[in-house]
Design a binder for this molecule. Structure first.
Ligand code: CMX
Length: 437
């Protein structure tokens, strides 16, 4: 057994009795109540999922395995001379809950190196898409097509004890994560670089290898590490995480589950917002020519969008009630590496004008920016100006967290997800505005 898998195996053995005890001895203890507003309103705030991989506090933001993002960036080992940690180290942390040592990191880097070769037919699938296909459609399809590689599905078909299902889920997950940077960069090459493919370089860590395949010089390797780490997980209720978990609960394999979660991520209220922020900013730039808008002009653009019944992309959140720390970390990166970038100045101006306007409008519960408000500006600065690609980058990072959850879902024998629906008549009866039949 490789180091990571052995450690994971031990952690699973230690954890299983905790879950078993909770169900068997405390299964009837009430966790939460459900209101009509929650039933109709997308289950906001309803505590009905469990994960130990990350936790989102409304005011503090995300913690991975108990660590805030600044702690994660401080604690995880970094490649020699690098500013940002190994993405491979985050995989280790999310899976085991432990910060890896240098030698444990080398093992994981080696694991990914061995698993990185993308099957030839995936290039053919990507090549066969009609023009104007969105990169997220291609990304999701490429992942789904690899279902034929699944150990999990083969083991299930052959008959496997459910206690052992986490093992092939782990193998599939590592295989998929190792291949995603190359798949994503080939989609980029195909759509925007005349199909010029750059093969992965086995001597590089995941972030540096992605920059190499994207043909972007340093510090794009740091950008890639930063990006994949901050996008990896956001507890279990967000649409991409929940979709991955839901599909996986049917014992669909990782390729099916991650392809589905990618489709959830591709909605403009979720991951696609990073593309929408850039589209919105470009609209402002087109109107302004080379001029930077004044504060008053920017306020007017924001009000125009709100008054036409649209949302301000990159602002608001279903759980967060403060500025997203993932936004702040990217902002610090911008202040250090690209303080004079024009788009960054736009984004900074938005940070000043949008929250007071959203507060004045009085609808959004959270007037502060989320991570998507900053992502595109960094990509644009380093030459990735094709903004419909940005959500693919989100998807590469998010796969790490969701795959870790899928492995633990199988390890802890979480069952098929199947909540109950009721009718509007029944809700009216519960509300007491209609007599019970
Ligand atoms: N601009 C304008 N109006 C907004 C808003 C925004 N950025 N954020 C929320 N609102 C509005 C909602 O549309 C809603 O309006 P109605 O009452 O007319 O339906 C009202 O404020 C209340 O919404 P809420 O409870 O504050 O927010 P929700 O939990 O319903 O939605 C989210 C959360 C993210 C979908 C919403 O804030 C939004 O649409 N933001 C813009 C899109 C975005 O940035 N999405 C990315 C989020 C991060 C991610 O998942 O990647």
């Amino acid at each position: 057994m490789a180091g990571l898998k052995e450690k994971l195996h031990d952690k699973i053995q230690q954890h299983r009795p905790r879950t078993t005890k909770l169900i068997k001895e405390y299964g009837d203890v009430v966790v939460d109540k459900v209101t009509i507003a929650q039933v109709i309103g997308g289950m906001r705030g309803l505590k009905s999922l469990v994960t130990d991989i990350s936790y989102l506090d409304p005011n503090e933001g995300i913690r991975y395995r108990g660590y805030t993002l600044p702690e994660v960036f401080e604690k995880l080992p970094k490649p020699k001379g690098a500013e940002m940690p190994y993405v491979e180290g985050l995989v280790y942390l999310l899976l085991t809950g432990d910060v890896p040592t240098e030698s444990e990191i080398s093992d994981v880097v080696d694991e990914f190196r061995k698993r990185r070769i993308v099957p030839r037919y995936i290039y053919e699938v990507i090549d066969s898409f009609p023009c104007c296909s969105h990169p997220m459609t291609i990304f999701s399809s490429a992942i789904l097509t690899m279902h034929r590689e699944s150990f999990f599905s083969k083991k299930y078909e052959a008959g496997i004890n459910k206690l052992d299902l986490w093992d092939p889920m782990y193998e599939d997950s590592l295989n998929l994560i190792a291949k995603l940077p190359e798949i994503a960069s080939y989609i980029y090459a195909k759509l925007y670089r005349g199909g010029k493919r750059v093969q992965s370089n086995p001597s590089l860590d995941m972030g540096a290898d992605f920059a190499h395949m994207m043909m972007k010089p340093a510090p794009y390797d740091e950008v890639a590490r930063l990006h994949f780490i901050i996008h990896a997980d956001h507890e279990s209720g967000n649409v991409s995480a929940h979709t991955g978990h839901l599909v996986g609960s049917t014992l669909a394999d990782v390729y099916m589950s991650i392809s589905a979660m990618i489709n959830g991520l591709a909605g403009p209220l979720h991951g696609l917002a990073n593309q929408e922020v850039l589209r919105w900013l470009q609209g402002v730039k087109d109107k302004m020519g080379d001029e930077i808008p004044t504060e008053e002009e920017m306020k007017q653009f924001v009000w125009d969008t709100l008054n036409s019944g649209q949302v301000i992309p990159g602002y608001g959140h279903a759980v967060l009630r403060k500025t997203d720390p993932r936004y702040s970390i990217q902002r610090e990166f911008c202040l250090k590496h690209m303080p004079n970038d024009t788009l960054f100045k736009y984004v900074d101006l938005l940070y000043k004008v949008v929250p007071p306007i959203l507060k004045e409008q009085g609808k959004a519960k959270n007037p502060w920016p989320n991570l998507d408000a900053q992502t595109g500006v960094i990509q644009w600065h380093y030459g990735v100006t094709e903004y419909d690609f940005y959500t693919v980058l989100f998807g590469v990072g998010r796969t790490i967290g969701i795959a870790a959850n899928l492995i633990w879902d199988r390890a802890l024998l979480y069952p098929l997800e199947r909540p109950k629906s009721i009718t509007t008549d029944m809700l009216e009866q519960i509300a007491g505005i209609k007599p019970k039949k």
